[in-house]
Design a protein around this ligand. Structure first.
Ligand SMILES: [Zn+2]
Length: 296
């Protein structure tokens, strides 16, 4: 409603580059980055997250009012590795009009997809908490440079949150240690767990959608060859995103001719407030339990 009122008043009262509190306003594209930025920023600036809970970041598009809001931000923080496929033009437009932007992907040592999976950088860096530590450092560095920011508070928030990420990482390592090495094999709905696999010693057998984006779709022969790989590797479970239809994964589980569970992960976005995955830490803890429960 506020955004609509903003529009009908021809931006006259809303054209200020600052948030409603008079503080700097930081616009963040995804729910996961939005939560992490909020942890670092605390109450030193206003943080506005563009995507909704359970959104598919590959396809999420802004309304005209949301795009106008982004264009008025003091800083736009986004993934930057090709994740926000339908929002990138809005980020580019904001940057062209002079809004400072922070592409987190520039700071997290990205992995590259294999050529057969469309090539290019893998945007799903958040599945590795140590990559998120790098993101926190980049966020804190950039935010403390904003005019009028309480930099000491931001620095302290970042240090506290980095400790929580390191604890998360250690707890994930401990939990995954219970999975026998020969069962550390992952099949997902699209290629979303490459960073987690690299960090914690899993092997990615394949993806139902053999691509780094949910916007692609598998051919019958893609499904057939993945079914063969699943049989050969003795994969115990297929992991799908909790917000996305898992029909293809069920078809694949049937085709593979072996007993394969279809389990749900929070892989692309946080879920609604009040649920187990309403924060990055909560999402990662829930996913860790689901992965371990289905592979042990
Ligand atoms: Zn994805």
């Amino acid at each position: 409603m506020w955004a609509w009122l903003c529009l009908v008043t021809l931006l006259a009262a809303c054209g200020s580059p600052h948030g409603s509190s008079g503080q700097q306003e930081i616009v963040v594209t995804t729910t996961i980055l939005g939560n992490v930025v909020s942890e670092v920023v605390g109450d030193t600036a206003d943080v506005r997250v563009m995507m909704k809970p359970n959104a598919d970041p590959h396809s999420y598009a802004l309304s005209a009012a949301e795009a106008a809001h982004m264009a008025e931000a003091d800083l736009v923080i986004y993934n930057g590795l090709g994740l926000e496929e339908s929002m990138q033009r809005n980020v580019d437009a904001a940057a062209e009009s002079g809004v400072p932007t922070l592409p987190i992907g520039d700071h997290v040592d990205p992995l590259q997809f294999a050529e057969g999976d469309n090539g290019g950088p893998d945007p799903h860096f958040w599945t590795d908490p140590q990559r998120m530590v790098l993101a926190v450092e980049a966020i804190a560095d950039r935010v403390t440079a904003l005019p009028g920011i309480d930099g000491a508070t931001v620095t302290a928030n970042a240090a506290r949150y980095r400790d929580e990420l390191n604890t998360l990482s250690k707890n994930m390592t401990d939990r995954f240690a219970a999975i026998p090495v020969e069962r550390r094999k992952l099949v997902t709905n699209h290629h979303v767990l490459g960073y987690l696999a690299e960090r914690f010693g899993f092997k990615v057998i394949g993806a139902v959608i053999p691509s780094g984006t949910t916007l692609a779709s598998p051919s019958a022969s893609d499904l057939e060859s993945l079914a063969g790989a699943i049989r050969e590797a003795g994969v115990g479970a297929i992991f799908v995103d909790s917000s996305q239809p898992d029909r293809l994964a069920r078809v694949l589980a049937e085709q593979s001719g072996v007993q394969v569970n279809v389990a749900e992960l929070y892989s692309e976005s946080l879920s609604e407030s009040g649920t187990e995955a309403d924060s990055y830490l909560g999402m990662m803890r829930a996913n860790t339990e689901t992965i371990a429960d289905n592979l042990i």
